[in-house]
Design a protein. Structure first.
Length: 148
């Protein structure tokens, strides 16, 4: 009796700007990415730093969305990975800059299929990141690829 092969589920690291933008508006690509993550269409991954940044920015700029963020975090099948070690961060700083290096390093350490970000610094560094094993896509590209 043959066993049906399980499809590999995409693991995507979500940058804080995708989560924040998705909370701010559910009509654009970031909102669609968040909605698909909440439905379990793919496995969303974040680091502790991303979570802290999202909470800080939502509290400061979009205070009315805190209950939505709370509900999202409770109900989304979210994998939270540890923040990367300083050596990994330093290596990525040369590629994506020091502010974005902890995110890139965390995504690589978590062994995700891609990093979803709307950050121009990440999107400009795609080629260099790909050479080091990190695929960076925009929310629109993530959706167009049919992931989730």
């Amino acid at each position: 009796m043959g066993q049906r092969a399980e499809e590999k589920r995409i693991r995507a690291f979500l940058d804080s700007n995708v989560i924040f933008s998705g909370l701010r508006s559910d009509t654009g690509p970031p909102g669609a990415v968040i909605e698909r993550a909440a439905r379990g269409g793919f496995s969303p991954v974040v680091s502790r730093q991303v979570l802290e940044e999202v909470v800080r920015v939502v509290a400061a700029k979009l205070h009315d969305a805190l209950p939505s963020l709370h509900a999202l975090l409770l109900n989304m099948p979210l994998e939270v990975c540890e923040d990367p070690d300083p050596g990994a961060v330093a290596a990525w700083a040369r590629i994506v800059g020091k502010d974005d290096a902890p995110i890139a390093a965390a995504a690589v350490t978590a062994e995700v299929d891609c990093l979803v970000s709307g950050d121009g610094h990440f999107l400009k560094a795609r080629e260099a990141a790909a050479k080091r094993g990190l695929r960076i896509v925009s929310p629109s590209e993530f959706l167009s690829a049919g992931w989730g």
